[in-house]
Design a binder for this molecule. Structure first.
Ligand SMILES: [Zn+2]
Length: 88
């Protein structure tokens, strides 16, 4: 996974003036039609233009847990859905 962090992680990649510092936001996304909200999600935020990038480590962990969660949902659906081919 590529990140948007510059080589010098303390300089803002948007304005090249500000310095980015770790901050926390509420990350929201739509997952399978449902609103996902993750409070205190770590980001790197510029103190001048207030642009931010998601913390790549935290984002990786979130995506890993989401994909595991989605697999669990799919497995649950597979178990609940009777297989027509098995009825004969
Ligand atoms: Zn900036």
């Amino acid at each position: 996974m590529k990140t948007n962090l510059p080589a010098d992680p303390e300089t803002c990649p948007h304005c090249y003036v500000g310095r980015i510092q770790q901050s926390f936001i509420t990350y929201t996304a739509i997952i399978e039609g449902k609103l996902l909200s993750v409070p205190d999600f770590p980001v790197w935020r510029c103190n001048v233009c207030h642009a931010y990038v998601y913390d790549p480590v935290a984002m990786g962990q979130l995506q890993a847990s989401l994909s595991a969660h989605q697999k669990a949902i799919l497995n649950e659906k597979a178990r609940r859905t009777p297989r027509k081919t098995a009825a004969s």
